[in-house]
Ligand binder design. Structure first.
Ligand SMILES: Cc1cc2nc3c(=O)[nH]c(=O)nc-3n(C[C@H](O)[C@H](O)[C@H](O)COP(=O)(O)OP(=O)(O)OC[C@H]3O[C@@H](n4cnc5c(N)ncnc54)[C@H](O)[C@@H]3O)c2cc1C
Length: 330
């Protein structure tokens, strides 16, 4: 569904205006930052062509505090509407370039428009690695998932497949084994690579079957995923019936803009942040899945939390010229 075209979008006030904060990334981190910024009376604009970010792709979200069961799309719209009602602006443009010129940031969008801001929050998220199979996008939310923490409960007493061999995959298989009837853990290598504790955990579960030296080469089904095609030992192929396929082969941070700004990254290429979400460059904060914070627990609740901290820090920074956030405003 192309809902970007079906929602009323607040157009930017003026292209020459200098915003207090330019928020790059329209996910929970970005909109949470906007909500807090507006309440601090800081002018702000959120950029991003996927309104609501990654969570808008989730079939259901049942772990965001205060909302027991909501579609990812509806949660994303709630974030957007709250931000808009408080005065935050939103643009579907993608930011392709950013420069710091003196104390001001110049942002260039994919439509070649320029925007100016005193501070920047990067809430640019990560991209989950995909298998890059033909029907993968069609089955997203209909059998294909990239988040076992989020979607496991939809597979009670069902048969599921987890693809991957590292911690994310073994953790996902272990969690799913508590809910699903049968879990296949499919890995292209000859031995699992995760922490020994997690490997032991999956090896002792009776309903987990580990299949090595095998890759998924096809997805099939009518309305939803029904079976996958495997290539065992990379030559013979066969089918495996399954209700769900969890792709746990890692995610890649979006680092283009961070690199353009010369920000310090950690060894996994996430943006290094301090406890106030500030980065290595004065005037730039980062929040959500793209950062090294929140114990790397990449969820909506942590992204929203980091976004609010970034906005709070900027409020202190713009008011006092110090990035140390303060509780005295309460
Ligand atoms: C299928 C699925 C189900 C999930 N279910 C749950 C769940 O039930 N509960 C939960 O807590 N978490 C869930 N998650 C995880 C959750 O979606 C993320 O943790 C959360 O969205 C992170 O928010 P974020 O704002 O940091 O980044 P994102 O949501 O990834 O948003 C980043 C945004 O930035 C945009 N962007 C990137 N670069 C630019 C640029 N240069 N210019 C403009 N925009 C840019 C992207 O397009 C994207 O819209 C799920 C994830 C998936 C994939």
């Amino acid at each position: 569904m192309n809902w970007i075209t079906s929602i009323p979008i607040t157009m930017p006030d003026s292209l020459n205006k200098i915003y207090d904060i330019a928020i790059i990334g329209s996910g929970p981190a970005g909109f949470s930052a906007s909500i807090y910024a507006s309440r601090y009376k800081l002018s702000n604009i959120v950029f991003g062509n996927l309104l609501g970010g990654t969570i808008s792709e989730a079939h259901k979200v049942c772990n965001y505090p205060g909302v027991s069961d909501i579609s990812g799309y509806d949660l994303a719209m709630n974030f957007y509407n709250q931000s808009k009602d408080l005065g935050g602006e939103y643009s579907t443009e993608h930011i392709v370039d950013i420069k710091k010129e003196g104390d001001i940031f110049r942002l260039i969008s994919d439509t070649q428009k320029e925007y100016f801001a005193k501070t920047v929050i990067l809430g640019i998220g990560t991209n989950r690695n995909k298998l890059n199979l033909k029907e993968e996008d069609r089955f997203l939310g209909k059998g294909v998932s990239y988040c076992a923490t989020c979607d496991a409960m939809f597979y009670k007493d069902k048969v599921v497949v987890v693809v991957g061999g590292s911690n994310a995959a073994t953790m996902a298989a272990s969690m799913l084994s508590e809910i699903a009837k049968k879990v296949y853990l499919i890995y292209r290598g000859t031995e699992l690579r995760g922490e020994p504790m997690w490997i032991e955990e999956v090896e002792k579960k009776e309903n987990i079957e580990i299949i090595f030296t095998t890759i998924v080469i096809g997805l099939e089904g009518e309305e939803k995923l029904e079976r996958i095609k495997l290539s065992r030992e990379y030559n013979s192929s066969e089918y495996l019936d399954t209700d769900g396929l969890f792709v746990e082969i890692g995610s890649v941070p979006n680092v283009d803009l961070a690199n353009k700004l010369g920000l310090e990254l950690d060894s996994h290429r996430y943006i290094k942040v301090k406890e106030d979400q500030s980065t290595s460059l004065e005037g730039v904060w980062a929040a959500g899945d793209c950062t090294s914070a929140s114990n790397r627990f990449r969820q909506v609740v942590t992204a929203a939390s980091e976004g609010s901290i970034a906005a709070n820090s900027i409020f202190g920074y713009l008011r006092k010229g110090s990035s140390a956030y303060s509780t005295e405003i309460y």
